[in-house]
Design a protein around this ligand. Structure first.
Ligand code: GZL
Length: 308
């Protein structure tokens, strides 16, 4: 060998552990916490080194985290985008640095979809449709007006936009269904209680249905409904999205009428995608998580299965 230059024995393969920079949008709900632990556990089980930054609902903090990942020259960047818009500039910077991007959970509204390799997450529009279809069935024999109030998630987020649209598209041609109040409650229990209190104060006798974009807001709304002496699940029919254990418990108690599942356990899909990407393999542009609905009949059996 050349003086001082130690050749590695041929059989040594120096395998670099892939480094994933993950910008998580926050910790606002039980769903989000389950999403984070699923991703962290999957990374720990595989040989993927993960650096996660929690943006606590701030898109600017997500931009900062992504720019830091670029400086650190990570192998892949994953983003759970708090809102849909405003991503083009920072994703251009990542593209220039030659780092592949995975969009996880919510979606980014960009004109050039080559800015990300794949989007892994639910079909939120379908979740909204499932909620609407349940009401068509439940009230199929009733003709009088049905007043609906809607607790919306974070303004500008894909689940809030798409669940609202899917729901509206299904009830659109059934004029007895009327959305009489609709407001954002940011996917949190406290805000859900506060906004539901406002709805009840303004519209008490007219509210027959609550459509809530996530279970955490629903739990707050149930407190507000019960504080007024009304019976959730009976006086006010409640349809909610996520499928957390606490919502399924209320479902089995009859305080919720339908829970539309939104699966947070995206860790295995994300880590598998990272491995494929670093090996240079192509993966589908869109990976949709499979999801169900839970009724008062199926709730009890499901509760034991919920890890979140
Ligand atoms: C949906 C996810 C939403 C959940 C909420 O995939 O983005 O954000 O429905 C969470 O519980 O806060």
């Amino acid at each position: 060998t050349k003086a001082g230059h130690q050749e590695l024995p041929q059989e040594t393969i120096v395998r670099k552990v892939p480094v994933l920079g993950f910008s998580q949008l926050g910790s606002e709900s039980a769903w989000r916490l389950a999403n984070t632990s699923s991703i962290m556990e999957s990374a720990a089980e595989s040989d993927v080194k993960i650096m996660m930054e929690n943006a606590e609902q701030s898109q600017d903090k997500q931009f900062e985290a992504i720019r830091e990942f670029v400086k650190q020259k990570v192998d892949v960047i994953a983003v759970a985008p708090v809102v849909e818009t405003g991503w083009e500039p920072v994703l251009r910077e990542v593209e220039k640095a030659g780092i592949p991007v995975v969009i996880i959970d919510r979606y980014v509204d960009v004109s050039d979809t080559s800015l990300y390799v794949t989007h892994i997450g639910s079909d939120f529009y379908e979740e909204g449709r499932k909620a609407g279809k349940y009401l068509l069935d439940k009230f199929s024999d009733q003709r009088e007006p049905i007043g609906i109030v809607e607790l919306k998630g974070t303004e500008g987020s894909t689940p809030s936009i798409a669940r609202g649209k899917g729901f509206r598209d299904v009830i659109a041609n059934h004029s007895q269904f009327r959305i009489i109040e609709s407001d954002h409650a940011d996917f949190t229990t406290d805000k859900g209680k506060e906004v539901m209190k406002k709805f009840l104060h303004e519209r008490k006798g007219q509210i027959r249905v609550l459509f809530s974009h996530n279970d955490d807001m629903t739990l707050g709304a149930i407190e507000a409904i019960e504080q007024l002496g009304l019976v959730p699940g009976k006086d006010i029919v409640i349809v909610t999205v996520d499928g957390t254990r606490r919502a399924l418990e209320k479902l089995s108690e009859g305080k919720i009428n339908l829970v539309v599942e939104c699966n947070p356990l995206l860790g295995p899909n994300l880590i598998q995608a990272v491995k494929e990407i670093v090996k240079g393999n192509t993966i589908p542009k869109r990976i949709v998580t499979t999801e169900n609905v839970f009724t008062q009949v199926t709730a009890a059996g499901e509760i034991v299965n919920r890890s979140y």
